[in-house]
Design a protein around this ligand. Structure first.
Ligand code: E4P
Length: 215
């Protein structure tokens, strides 16, 4: 499973990029809205130039024509851009057109395996099932990753599964074990994922022992 960061914050992206395990970036309108004094398009280009990996930028239109137009403009910004499109009827129409033009898409806000199948068949490069938001309503989100993974394997569908709406470290492990190709993870959870209390205790003990050595 590859690791993406789910962020539009350039400082966070820069920091995690140095860690060597980041294979892409996803943004969404809520994340972009937190960023001040920079346009959406400029920020996407800035991220693309920094990471040189797939970077998802989301359309705002609700109509297919508008999504297609936005998608084409996003695609022209940089060759690493993936056009993120919500899982709606209009969204699928837009995915189908953009796919025929060779533009990569990430169908977002996927909450059922059937939605994932339709998005894949429409030509989506990626689908993003939101596991945390399912957990929030009392449905086990990770089960959706398993279902989509089984379905895509069974039918030899090449669309990649991005486990999204990751809320805690356990989600990262479960996404990998459940067949996600990618997990897109918020900065704070990436930071927590690196830690373990026994690692800290082990370092303390090694250093304490080191201090007792005879010169
Ligand atoms: C994925 O691409 C989305 O940006 C993201 O994972 C949404 O997560 P949230 O449910 O924490 O907002």
């Amino acid at each position: 499973m590859k690791i993406y960061i789910d962020s539009a914050n350039i400082d966070h992206i820069k920091e995690v990029h140095t860690l060597g395990f980041i294979d892409g970036v996803t943004t969404n309108p809520s994340l972009v809205a937190k960023e001040k004094n920079i346009s959406f398009h400029d920020r996407l280009v800035e991220i693309c130039e920094l990471v040189d990996r797939p970077v998802s930028g989301e359309v705002i239109s609700l109509e297919a024509e508008g999504m297609i137009e936005e998608g084409r403009k996003l695609n022209e910004l940089h060759d690493q851009i993936v056009v993120k499109i919500p899982m709606t009827k209009a969204g699928l129409q837009a995915v189908s057109v953009l796919n025929r033009e060779g533009i990569k898409t990430n169908v977002t806000l996927v909450f059922s395996a059937t939605q994932a199948l339709l998005a894949a068949r429409a030509g989506a490069t990626y689908v993003s099932p939101f596991i945390g938001r399912l957990d929030d309503i009392g449905v086990t989100g990770i089960d959706l990753i398993k279902e989509i993974s089984v379905m895509f394997n069974e039918h030899e569908i090449a669309t990649e599964i991005i486990a999204a709406s990751i809320r805690h470290v356990e989600h990262v492990k479960l996404a990998a074990l459940s067949g996600a190709n990618i997990a897109t993870i918020p900065y704070d959870i990436i930071m927590k994922s690196m830690n373990h209390p026994l690692t800290d205790r082990g370092i303390e003990k090694f250093l304490a022992d080191w201090d007792t050595r005879e010169a």
